[in-house]
Design a protein around this ligand. Sequence first.
Ligand code: ADP
Length: 284
Amino acid sequence: MEETKSGPSEAQKARQQQRELQELKLQERISQIRNTVLVLSGKGGVGKSTVAANLAVTLCAEGFQVGLLDADMHGPSVPKILNVESEPVYADGENIVPVRTGAGLRVMSIAFLARGKDEAVIWRGPLKMNVLRQLLADVEWGNLDFLIVDLPPGTGDEPLSICQLIPNAAGGIVVTTPQELSVADVRKCITFCRRLELPVLGVIENMSGFVCPHCGKRADIFGEGGGQRMAQDMDVPFLGRVPIDPVIVRACDEGHPFVEEFPDSPSTKAFLDAVEPITQLGRE
Ligand code: ADP
């Protein structure tokens, strides 16, 4: 519209220049990250953010330099899980400094940019894309062994945009619960990864069985083994099962990663076994 017969306007040229600069910045940031791991799920509420946050904490405890990007635009819960909700976020010129946990994990969340946790965030299409790009390009991630990205659930435009911004990611972890509906959504997730040529590092079956703390009997509340069967069918690695555990809910609510808070619980052991192949990537 602003373009005249004599070519683009000054404003258009300035915008174009800004886009090119941001693209260069994005490439530079990404080149400093050894392994980007995207955490996906077919739908919300299956424990994707819990897995992403506890994976990042686990890798940090192994001595790796780790960043955690909470890119779930509609339910950013990482700051709550890690109890960094009210941490201030500093910007130095055009760069945003990630929040650091006591253990040195670098965290950035869309929730920090939309303070006021009770407000529903309405991001319109182009703005959404800009925010996601900014979270990668403008945040001073520094040199990282791992960047763990908590993606929005599903296989829509938002996870697609993020995957496209990071074309060389090490791969995706798909989180599901064992029941059929969730598992059917995960098939879509795997197809989505394949279309984007994103390697599937594996499937985690979360909320898989409940062991009664009183009688010790196991009940498979959401069915059993669906994630594992689906992983076999679709020829992707099955990483393991994490049971439904009240201590996980409590730890999340209180803002303590359960792997740190309950290191000896069977669910922590199951989780650590499941993510061992990811830890291995850092040792290669
Ligand atoms: P998502 O990111 O998929 O929406 P969350 O990670 O926010 O899901 O988890 C949703 C809720 O389920 C949270 O309250 C969390 O504490 C709980 N949760 C996750 N995994 C487990 C588990 N294995 N056992 C019990 N509660 C869990």
